[in-house]
Ligand binder design. Structure first.
Ligand code: GLN
Length: 480
């Protein structure tokens, strides 16, 4: 039996029944990574040290004192700080950087017994939709190595899809968990803003960023979310709201006739692949047959999502990236005589093109003469987008949309055209601007055998309802 094909919860059951040991399991994954990573480049760092952790974990199984993810390998996006593995954000400027502290989510994973198997590739500082902006080479899509895995958490999505890890963490500022999950045919959840602590996540857009899980199915994602969610005094935007037993509660039956699903017309306009549209329509018919109510709705400010997102996110990124100056940590240019040159050369040599583009854009929209015209205006439009979702959720419980307009594109296809690349997130940025949770559910394959995805959105902090509804669809309606 190839253990790596199993889901996280299936593996957990085998460990609990003592049918495999943690050491065996971790060795199996390490060899899978060693074998596949040369081609896919999903991992930037493989944690060979984790065998020591596996031994400790195995002891806990023998002593009967196990955590919720005891012995389970989890891959970590390389913008989440870990004391025992480098954290590079796939940037030359942080090459070899060792964080002096663990992110809150990492501490939670360690407490739950998880094995941190390695750090995954990404677009530099999470800027991108294809993982091609990594300073350490792109990750390839496991379904077609001519194609991108999506981004920016492309390494985490590919690692789960290629059976190199049963679960992974990513971060999502405008779609970076859901879009790669869709391109790689796995489940990926962006939690509500404030559900998971951002402490130790290298900041991109602080008002938009959230860490979230990837796994093969909804139950696995629910279990990882249960472990990483919850209050943290080190993140002042993290909410003190109880964390449900997501993984157990999702199996409770749904009151189908009481649930209304909204279908926003703006998300099904031209530009959407006809195969994705047809597949979603088929699922909507099945939902209606099962007694759910389906309602056409409108989210009128949807078209302003991308411009609003790219103003607010770049403004925040430009200030967040000011700390990389060649002085305190990271890359320092050797060719500088003055302090000014040190800043300019370290940043000039250390950052990649897309990062520089974002810093320039963000600095521009925040500059004195343009602040009102761009940044302030974008903040006002953000409020309108929030209001769109608020009023929609007065009439519906969930919103169903495509996750992406198309399936995984070819490497290099959009690299020369940033605006085309930015449009990959057209259906995902709304959830970040509004702070609500969103999930990608795989819904089958296109005629050219690429995964297709559907996005489900819910009101803020309704992760349990969202997961339960998504679980229902996964169990009953996505099987051919
Ligand atoms: N692709 C989007 C961007 O380039 C979203 C990135 C993200 O969510 N980190 O900004």
């Amino acid at each position: 039996m190839d253990i790596t094909r199993l889901s996280l919860c299936e593996i957990k059951a085998l460990l609990e029944k003592r049918e495999i040991s943690v050491i065996e399991l971790v060795n199996t994954y390490l060899s899978a990574i060693n074998e596949k990573n040369k081609l896919l480049n999903a991992f930037l760092h493989i944690n060979h040290e984790c065998l020591r952790q596996a031994e400790i974990s195995q002891k806990r199984y023998l002593e009967g004192e196990i955590g919720a993810l005891e012995g389970i390998p989890i891959a970590i996006k390389d913008n989440i700080c870990t004391v025992d593995q480098p954290t590079t954000c796939a940037s030359k400027i942080l090459k070899g950087y060792m964080s002096p502290f663990d992110a809150h989510v990492i501490k939670k994973l360690r407490d739950a017994g998880a094995i941190l198997i390695g750090k995954t590739n990404m677009d530099e500082f999470a800027f991108g939709s294809s993982t091609e902006n990594s300073a350490f080479g792109p990750t390839l899509n496991p379904f077609d190595t001519q194609r991108v895995p999506g981004g920016s958490s492309g390494g985490s999505a590919a690692a789960v899809a290629a059976n190199m890890s049963p679960g992974a963490l990513g971060s999502d500022t405008g779609g970076s968990i859901r879009q790669p999950a869709s391109f790689c045919g796995v489940v990926g959840l962006k939690p509500s803003y404030g559900r998971v602590s951002r402490y130790g996540l290298v900041a991109f857009g602080s008002s938009l960023d959230q860490i979230g899980p990837f796994a093969k199915n909804v139950k696995d994602v629910a279990l990882i979310l249960k472990v990483i969610a919850g209050y943290d005094e080190c993140d002042s935007t993290c909410c003190d709201i109880p964390v449900p037993e997501y993984d157990k509660e999702i199996e409770k039956p749904l009151e189908r006739s009481k649930i209304t699903v909204g279908i926003p017309e703006e998300y099904f306009e031209k530009g959407l692949s006809s195969q994705i549209r047809e597949k979603i329509n088929k699922i909507l018919d099945l939902l209606a047959n099962d007694g759910f109510h389906i309602k056409n709705i409108t989210l009128p400010h949807t078209h302003y999502g991308i411009p609003t997102y790219y103003i607010i996110s770049t403004a925040e990124a430009s200030t967040n990236l000011a700390r990389f100056d060649g002085v305190k940590f990271g890359y320092r240019s050797k060719n500088s005589d003055t302090v000014y040159d040190l800043y300019v050369n370290s940043r000039g040599e250390g950052f990649g093109d897309e990062t520089k583009r974002r810093i320039m854009l963000g600095t521009f929209v925040l500059s004195a003469g343009y602040y009102d015209a761009y940044y302030l205006k974008a903040q006002k439009v953000r409020t309108l987008i929030i209001e769109d979702f608020k009023s929609a959720f007065k009439a519906v419980d969930f919103i169903i949309t495509p996750t992406t307009p198309e399936t995984a594109f070819k490497l290099g296809e959009k690299a020369a055209n940033p605006l085309m690349m930015y449009l990959s997130d057209i259906y995902t940025v709304g959830a970040n601007l509004a702070g609500i949770p969103g999930i990608n559910l795989p819904i089958g394959f296109s005629s050219d055998k690429l995964p297709m995805g559907m996005q489900i959105l819910a009101p803020a902090f309704k992760e349990l309802d969202l997961l339960r509804f998504t679980y229902y669809i996964e169990q009953n309606l996505t099987k051919e």
